[in-house]
Design a protein around this ligand. Structure first.
Ligand code: CA2
Length: 151
């Protein structure tokens, strides 16, 4: 199976620091390592990825608007915006494609303010606490979802 449209993999604020700080929470892999894992895994699934990170909420929203009719699915780690951003939730709600929300850490084992995610209200599925492997698990899930939708 080859899907013509790419999967947009979006990363929110501070994830550019992955592998450089707090490895006890987020692991040792850098965001470049995660991108390489996603590109490799997507190719095995017949998918391609458009992998991005921004520290600016408006830029993430603009990328989601631009991707609305262009991508087959979205994987998003909204980072801190998960717990605060109605605007990001509204942008994703306007997307017709499946959306998988990823958190590297198990947000439910952490501080109470991390237990609620606005993004989960509009996500097709949520993966958390699986480390950076969550990204490739999300791609596997999207591939299954897209395959099923074709039938
Ligand atoms: O577990 C996750 O993936 C989070 O989305 C990460 C966010 C956090 O606010 C969420 O509650 C859970 C934080 C992203 C910042 O990532 C860093 C990575 C390394 C060093 C410092 C920050």
């Amino acid at each position: 199976m080859t899907v013509a449209h790419p999967i947009l993999v979006l990363n929110g604020p501070n994830l550019n620091l992955l592998g450089k700080r707090q490895p006890e929470i987020y692991g040792k892999e850098t965001l470049d390592d995660v991108e390489a894992d996603c590109v490799h895994h997507a190719a095995k699934l017949g998918l391609s990825v458009d992998f991005r990170q921004s520290n600016a909420e408006h830029e993430l929203i603009a990328w989601i608007h631009e991707a609305r009719e262009r991508v087959a699915g979205i994987v998003i780690n909204p980072a801190g915006h998960s717990h605060t951003s109605v605007a990001l939730m509204d942008a994703l709600a306007a997307c017709p494609c499946p959306i998988i929300e990823v958190h590297i850490s198990n947000i439910h084992r952490r501080e109470a303010f991390r237990h609620h995610s606005y993004i989960s209200h509009v996500a097709t599925g949520v993966i958390c606490g699986c480390g950076t492997q969550g990204y490739t698990l999300a791609l596997t899930r999207l591939a299954a979802h897209l395959e099923k939708a074709k039938r």
